[in-house]
Design a protein around this ligand. Structure first.
Ligand code: ATR
Length: 278
């Protein structure tokens, strides 16, 4: 890396930020595409976030990613919100335009869809999907399923009222809320099963779903990315089902950010995946 007066700037803002994998991803792409750029993690407290965002253009930033706990506040600070950001209700990418104005975008749904498409093209539209979870991550997944023409989305969440809220926000007749009690029964004819709960984040926890009725043709997805072999995915893999981990979603969601800042749609390569484990 040769930082000089022409080096392009991008970064990720969160609090805390030390666990972010985004610097690894974007700095890998700078090197791969021979771009004189640097991507830096910034730990910014909520009380300082507004000031930092308002001054991004003064420092010459092309843009930044925004992560916990700033994704919702960022919606208020940008000049223009993309449709994706509106649908998901959060901003994970800010693009600084030449005139200094800010666009707020969200690339999580794109990352989810592309991760599945790379392995199993058109899987989303093939049949019913079961979506576990109704939090922020579920909202991006649900939006991706709707946009991908999923014929039926069975939304299953421990707290029924949260599933109801998500369904109301999404306002789509393809969503059917399934009671948590029937979480193992509703998988039988589904062709896509997605865990978007936080169960599995800590390696000892598991999604409490029995897979006895799992359709052998169902693709099973976990959006947790810090562990590519969650207990849930391992149980599905043992049955011979195709399983897709969340690392790919993380990598693919970074693509539109990089593309909007630097004009190149970067590739998610095996080398990049390996780098994430190194
Ligand atoms: P994120 O932004 O990662 O989606 P979140 O908004 O806190 O995080 O949502 C966490 C999701 O995991 C929720 O759907 C939550 O279910 P509730 O709405 O019932 O809280 C789900 N979740 C977390 N712990 C769980 C557990 N022990 N059993 C079942 N679901 C759980």
């Amino acid at each position: 890396m040769n930082i000089n007066g022409k080096t392009e700037l991008a970064g990720v803002i969160g609090y805390p930020i030390e666990h972010s994998k985004s610097p690894l991803i974007h700095n890998y792409w700078f090197e791969k595409y021979n771009i004189n750029g640097v991507y830096v993690p910034f730990a910014v407290k909520p009380s300082d976030f507004d000031d930092v965002v308002k001054n991004l253009s003064k420092f010459g930033f092309k843009g930044v990613n925004v992560t916990v706990p700033h994704k919702i506040r960022a919606m208020e600070l940008v000049d223009i919100l993309s449709n994706e950001a509106k649908k998901i209700g959060a901003v994970n990418t800010i693009i600084v335009k030449n005139d200094g104005s800010l666009i707020g975008h969200n690339t999580d749904s794109f990352g989810f869809t592309q991760n599945i498409e790379q392995r199993c093209p058109n899987q989303i539209s093939k049949g019913p999907a079961v979506l576990y979870g109704a939090g922020g991550a579920a909202r991006a997944v649900c939006s991706a399923l709707i946009d991908g023409n999923c014929p039926e989305i069975r939304l299953v969440n421990r707290t029924a009222s949260n599933a109801g809220k998500l369904a109301e926000i999404m306002n789509c007749n393809k969503i059917k809320i399934v009671d948590w009690e029937y979480r193992s029964e509703c998988i039988d004819d589904a062709t896509l099963i997605v865990n978007s709960t936080s169960l599995g984040l800590d390696k000892s926890s598991d999604l409490p779903i029995e897979l006895g009725k799992l359709n052998p043709k169902a693709v099973v997805v976990d959006i947790i990315y810090n562990d590519t072999k969650t207990k849930f995915l391992r149980r599905a893999a043992v049955r011979g089902n195709i399983v897709i981990d969340g690392l790919g979603m993380l990598l693919h969601q970074a693509r539109p950010s990089f593309a909007s800042w630097f004009g190149i749609d970067p590739e998610v390569t095996e080398e990049l995946k390996e780098l994430m484990f190194a």
